[in-house]
Design a protein around this ligand. Structure first.
Ligand SMILES: Cc1cc2nc3c(=O)[nH]c(=O)nc-3n(C[C@H](O)[C@H](O)[C@H](O)COP(=O)(O)O)c2cc1C
Length: 436
């Protein structure tokens, strides 16, 4: 968030007061916040309070001569890295979906090409009204992102259901994952269009008998977030998921598997791909001999001993494919000590292009949690990203991969052109110039 410029548009709902906390937190993170308030928003909180927190003037009027001369409604959007509307009232959602521009907020939004996040807040019946739902579907199809609403008690007594505005921490996590914030901003909608991305996610379950299995604590949150980010960047995504407690991401072709062997077969079936991201926490071992019946605890009998054998190495298998290798093969390293050293060793031994290393020791809360702090280890060096939400890690990673894929296309064509130039310059040697 540091040095990012957020344009916050405050709509006229009771949840407007929560924006004061949002502004305070964003500024603590080092972001600059500029605010537009609708006329209705000013019935709930004052521009004076907002301005005191942003340390900037607050913009309220499309026809204010001074505002228009100094900043102008077009510049308000142009100078922002991302725009958030909070609370996004039913009325604002309808106006944005319909392309209206009859006040400052909607004019700024219509004149904008920046990533847009809406945080709806309204009475549950307003939210569930087919008109609102139609507008939300339209906006999602237009690439607008939503955070919330959440279920819960409404400000009106006796009202409960979906409609509460997401909490400040959720708003910040969702903002962190926006293209203009998380990445360079170059991997916007469509940057992976026409590309196929295969992603594995979650744990594997290795059966011991029909009722017991060996598992690990992977939740699948990071892998699923990467699948969503790749889909948002326009890729065709195949997500191969171990057993997780998460819904299948919409628009993503999700295949469900249980064991490492099933995951390996599914990956083979999903290729070819341009990018493969192996985020799943695949069990290293499986039980050598599964038994067909439940192992019984017999009185006085010794405890059973499990003999383990090594599972297939999916990352290494795909990274070393002679033909049909994805252009970018990415592995994840979940380590509890010497994170970068182990990741570098893994990069060398697996033959992949990039390792995303994370510290999963219990104190970090990464396994099963919503946040992550990762190191990208490549053959050129390593980059450490600050702690952020798993959604933000996913968006930033997809941004990075889209750029690397673009660079590899560039490198290939440069190599080709160089070869052709050399062929022209030294005609006798042309036979030896292999066209790549
Ligand atoms: C007390 C009160 C609370 C309101 N709360 C909400 C709300 O939470 N969500 C919403 O969509 N509209 C709410 N409204 C209705 C909006 O204020 C109204 O639709 C207004 O035109 C929205 O303007 P805006 O979208 O330009 O900000 C409320 C109205 C009143 C009087």
């Amino acid at each position: 968030m540091k040095n990012k410029r957020i344009l916050l548009i405050i709509g006229g709902g009771i949840a407007a007061y929560k924006c004061l906390d949002l502004i305070r937190r964003l500024r603590e993170f080092g972001a600059g916040v500029r605010v537009v308030m609708t006329r209705a928003a000013q019935e709930f909180i004052t521009p004076l309070s907002v301005s005191a927190l942003t340390n900037e003037r607050v913009f309220t009027d499309l026809f204010d001569l001074d505002d228009e001369r100094e900043i102008g409604h077009i510049r308000l959007s142009r100078e922002a890295d991302a725009i958030i509307v909070a609370p996004a009232t039913a009325d604002l959602i309808a106006k944005i979906a319909g392309g209206h521009a009859n006040d400052l907020a909607t004019s700024v939004l219509l004149a904008s090409d920046k990533a847009l996040l809406l945080a709806p807040a309204m009475n549950p019946r307003m939210w569930l009204n087919p008109a609102t739902q139609r507008n939300v579907c339209q906006l999602e199809a237009d690439g607008v992102r939503f955070v919330g609403p959440e279920e819960g008690e409404m400000a009106e007594r006796g009202e409960a259901g979906p409609g509460r505005m997401a909490e400040t921490s959720e708003l910040i996590s969702a903002l962190e994952a926006m293209p203009g914030i998380a990445g360079s901003g170059k991997a916007l909608l469509g940057s992976l269009s026409g590309k196929h991305v295969v992603i594995t996610s979650g744990p594997t379950h290795e059966p011991i008998d029909p009722v017991r299995y060996i598992a690990n604590r992977s939740s699948g949150k990071q892998g699923h977030a990467i699948a969503i980010a790749a889909q948002r960047a326009g890729a065709k995504v195949t997500l191969i998921s171990g057993p997780v407690d998460l819904p299948d991401p919409s628009g993503v072709d999700t295949w469900h598997v249980e064991t490492a062997t099933e995951m390996k077969d599914a990956v083979a079936g999903a290729l070819p791909a341009d990018i493969a991201v192996f985020c799943a926490a695949v069990a290293d071992w499986k039980v050598a001999e599964q038994v067909g019946q439940k192992i019984k605890k017999a009185k006085g009998a010794p405890s059973p001993t499990l003999k383990l054998v090594t599972n297939p190495d999916i990352l290494k298998t795909v990274a070393s494919l002679k033909s049909g290798r994805p252009k970018l093969v990415v592995g994840f390293a979940a380590e509890t000590e010497k994170v970068i050293d182990h990741a570098r060793a893994k990069l060398a031994s697996k033959g992949c292009d990039l390792i995303v290393a994370n510290d999963v020791s219990a104190a970090t809360g990464v396994m099963g949690g919503d946040r992550n702090s990762v190191h990208l280890v490549t053959h050129d060096g390593e980059i450490s990203w600050p702690e952020m939400s798993k959604d933000a890690v996913a968006a930033k990673l997809i941004d990075e991969l889209a750029l690397r894929l673009g660079d590899s296309k560039l490198a290939e064509s440069t190599k080709k052109k160089r070869g052709q130039r050399r062929a022209r310059a030294k005609p006798k040697k042309t036979k030896k110039v292999r066209k790549t």
